[in-house]
Design a protein around this ligand. Structure first.
Ligand SMILES: *Cc1c(COP(=O)(O)O)cnc(C)c1O
Length: 444
């Protein structure tokens, strides 16, 4: 149905390894796939079916694909539960008592943290609240939260309700940094200026690492510095950054962060969340937190005595014992991610996303499709958000009819995430061919 085009338009994309010339041709696409060092990982995942065919999936920023290894990982825990029941806490192949500790090192590598600065627990919004309990401690003069406009709704609700919980009014306490009129992206200078301007009234700076809508990645180091310069705490919601872009949370001196793992980490719908708390806060007596038995020092946890003694590091924020089946899925996914490593993932990601961008610009002009995600590869992960000027919904359905799954958001935005772990260069090329047909057809 989609004839290969052999027009060759050279374009240069800067990747980690080299500047590379790109062409819009099927031969070139095949070359890219053949030379892709990560190509075998595509087959480690279940790809969904549409109309009886394997779909081309671009929604890994919403829900990552299921690693084939997940089923056995969960079956192992079910078997151990059947065989050992409560004794599984110590006798399971992966003893449940300290199952969560096995995440510390690989997740530390993903977010750039010391192992003790991270742990897995709860879900993302719950963790945002728990971390705000510790790091949003407003006082009469210092009570504001600086955040991004159009943050994911759950983050907006969490921030608003925390502000109200402390007896402040959202309209006074929440400082949203917005894009300038007519622009889609938030300028970094505007974020830094807002923090400086509100100065000592800022209690907390809470930003996304990568905005879910535009795909804009923020300069977390600069934001952290600016927040600390006015004496505020700084935290990040890394839902769209975790496993997508390189992170150095410890090095950047971030106070806290949290993420979900069902997006780029492929760890099951509604799966495990995780947190980062900087070493300097972990066991500081100044830190207030909500406590539960699983955050107590494991040495004394089963003495079941009053008087909470926090475990070392981020584990001290754990409230409840951790859902083992969910952790099993997460562990299977983390293993794959860790085997590849952020560096190789990012190298492919830069090329794959750069190639998609090149193809879109080749088949559509700006009066038809505007890519609102930053052009600078350092300012984005693997998502491109397309503002489709006309008939975006029709394009979305045409894509579905052709077996391509993308995400549609009002108004007229199609979000695409070519995920380096399992998407191919052919996937992005097929997308661009459908886009080309759409724009040539009656809907253009
Ligand atoms: C996906 C996402 C969430 C989802 O929150 P849950 O608590 O996992 O349901 C929250 N915030 C952001 C920024 C997200 O991208």
């Amino acid at each position: 149905m989609y004839q290969p085009v052999y027009v060759s338009i050279p374009y240069t994309v800067l990747t980690n390894f080299a500047a590379m010339k790109l062409y819009n041709s099927f031969n070139f696409v095949q070359q890219l796939d053949t030379n892709d060092p990560l190509r075998s990982y595509r087959d480690r995942f279940h790809h969904p079916k549409l109309n009886g065919q394997t779909a081309r999936y671009f929604c890994g920023n919403s829900l990552g694909l299921q690693p084939k290894s997940v089923k056995d990982a969960i079956a192992q825990e079910l078997d151990d539960w059947a065989e050992h029941a409560v004794e599984g806490h110590f006798k399971a192949k992966n003893p449940w008592f300290n199952y969560q500790d096995a995440f510390a090192e690989p997740i530390g590598r993903i977010v750039g943290a010391l192992p003790k600065e991270v742990t897995v627990m709860n879900a993302l919004t719950v963790n945002l609240h728990l971390l705000m309990v510790s790091f949003y401690r407003p006082q009469s003069k210092r009570f504001k939260i600086v955040c991004e406009a159009k943050a994911f709704p759950s983050d907006q609700y969490a921030i608003e309700s925390q502000v109200c919980h402390h007896g402040f009014y959202p309209k006074d306490a929440i400082i949203e940094v917005t894009p300038r009129p007519g622009e889609h992206l938030i300028r970094e200078e505007d974020i830094l200026r807002a923090i400086a301007e509100h100065g000592e009234s800022v209690a907390l700076v809470l930003f996304g690492g990568v905005n879910y809508y535009t795909g804009q990645a923020f300069d977390m180091r600069a934001i952290t510095e600016a927040g600390h310069a006015v004496g505020a705490k700084v935290g990040f919601d890394l839902a769209h950054a975790f496993g997508n872009i390189p992170l150095e949370l410890h090095e950047w001196d971030v106070d806290f962060a949290t993420w979900c793992t069902y997006k780029y980490l492929n760890s099951s719908p509604g799966g495990m969340s995780g947190i980062f708390v900087h070493e300097r806060h972990c066991n500081s007596p100044e830190i207030v937190r909500f406590a539960g038995w699983w955050g107590n020092d494991p040495q004394t946890r089963f003495l079941m005595e009053p008087g909470f003694v926090p475990a070392e590091g981020a584990r001290g924020w754990q409230l409840s014992n951790v859902p083992v089946l969910t952790m099993a899925a997460h562990m299977a996914a983390v293993r794959i991610h860790d085997e590849v490593g952020m560096e190789r993932l990012r190298a492919k990601s830069l090329l794959l996303t750069g190639y998609l961008e090149f193809l879109i610009n080749d088949v559509a002009d700006r009066s038809q499709v505007e890519i609102i995600t930053p052009v600078d590869p350092e300012k984005r992960g693997c998502q491109l958000s397309l503002f489709v000027k006309r008939n975006a919904k029709e394009l979305h359905s045409a894509l579905l009819d052709a077996g391509v799954i993308t995400d549609y958001r009002e108004p007229n935005v199609i979000r695409l995430a070519p995920v380096p772990l399992y998407n191919s260069f052919e996937d992005v090329w097929i997308f661009s061919e459908i886009l080309r047909h759409h724009l040539l057809g009656k809907n253009a």
